[in-house]
Design a protein around this ligand. Structure first.
Ligand code: AHM
Ligand code: MG
Length: 331
């Protein structure tokens, strides 16, 4: 468990002090986090200037998921990959935007970590200036360092995540990082160009009274889920609904203020819409570290074994008692 850091601590110092407490640290993990911070600052600056820099709108192409690719999706994907490939800290990068995992090119050292990311989540919100973000999860490789990554390195279960985080590009840019049993949030000072600790040791209360879901699909949910949400509305407890349509933004609000996010299976997406490896696993790791819970309705998210890099899952995530109530309602 980490010691408590003071508000205002720079992300650089946090990384330095966190990794130095590991006697066997080689420096690769610290470098990885520093490169994430660099890529986050580059993407943040591009997102802020998107309307001026000709970065709004789509590329006219569709990605492997059959979704329209936005120019900023490509920029974010390329920026994180180029920041992480050359320092020799990753052996593979899995991205929502790439059909296959990208193995570290031969000219660079194939390092210790597998990095999974949704480089720009919520990208359909880009053109309307709503909050978007980057989600990432980190695994340690299983095969020998310096050799090409294998399928066993890439398709690991959520219980093997070693750290996870996200960056929200909203009214400010905030990087939230779960590592060593603690969740901390850092806000970017765009003038100084550094992240400073603004949300130390984030913890979720057991219960909350906010739910976040796309209720327009309620007719295509399983009836038990519809009944559960109807029950909340009729309970007289004062439930609120909040839904942006950017997973990372909805999750961030609930992490700070409390709430449960639901993206169930629907008729259109019978396995759920959200992706296991680079959306559900990282957020489940973060929420559990903060005292919350995440399930697909019947199984803990972090126990699911992924069948492919782009596997999908229903996702119910948030305060622990809310998630337990929901699981009981679906049982
Ligand atoms: P994306 O990763 O391509 O941006 O898509 C995932 C997004 C999530 O951010 C969000 O929770 C969800 O899709 C919203 O879907 P819907 O419009 O069906 O409610
Ligand atoms: Mg996404």
């Amino acid at each position: 468990m980490l010691r408590q850091f003071e508000e205002g601590t720079t992300l650089d110092r946090f990384i330095f002090e966190t990794t130095k407490s590991h006697a066997d640290a080689t420096g690769q993990f610290a470098t990885l986090l520093k490169q994430v911070s660099l890529a986050a600052r580059l993407v943040s600056s591009r997102v802020n200037r998107a309307g001026l820099a000709g970065m709004l709108g789509g590329t006219g192409e569709m990605n492997v998921q059959g979704e329209f690719v936005q120019k900023l999706d490509i920029y974010a994907n390329d920026t994180f990959k180029s920041a992480l490939e050359h320092p020799g800290v990753c052996c593979a990068i899995c991205s929502e935007e790439d059909e296959e995992a990208t193995l570290t090119p031969d000219r660079f050292h194939s390092g210790k970590y597998v990095f999974c990311m949704d480089p720009l989540d919520g990208s359909s919100n880009i053109d309307v200036n709503a909050t978007i973000g980057t989600i990432f999860g980190i695994f340690s490789r299983k095969s020998e360092e310096g050799t090409p990554a294998t399928k066993e390195d890439i398709l690991q279960t959520g219980s093997e995540v070693v750290a996870a985080g996200y960056i929200v590009y909203g009214s400010g840019t905030v990087l939230v990082l779960a590592v060593d049993g603690q969740v901390n949030g850092f806000t970017l000072d765009p003038v100084v160009g550094e992240f400073f600790l603004s949300h130390p040791d984030i913890r979720l209360a057991p219960n909350a009274l906010t739910y976040s879901t796309n209720e327009a699909y309620a007719y295509s949910w399983e009836p038990k889920l519809r009944d559960y949400i109807d029950g909340l509305k009729q309970s007289g407890q004062g439930w609120r609904a909040r839904y942006i349509g950017s997973l990372v933004a909805d999750f961030h609000r609930n992490l700070i203020k409390g709430g449960i996010f639901l993206y169930p299976a629907t008729k259109k997406a019978p396995e759920g819409k959200l992706r296991l490896m680079y959306e559900a696993f990282p957020l489940a790791y973060i929420v559990e570290t903060a005292g919350g819970a995440a399930t697909n309705g019947h199984q803990r998210i972090l126990d699911i074994e992924p069948e492919s890099v782009h596997a999908r899952t229903p996702l119910f995530i948030g305060n622990a008692e809310n998630v337990a109530d929901l699981e009981a309602a679906l049982a």
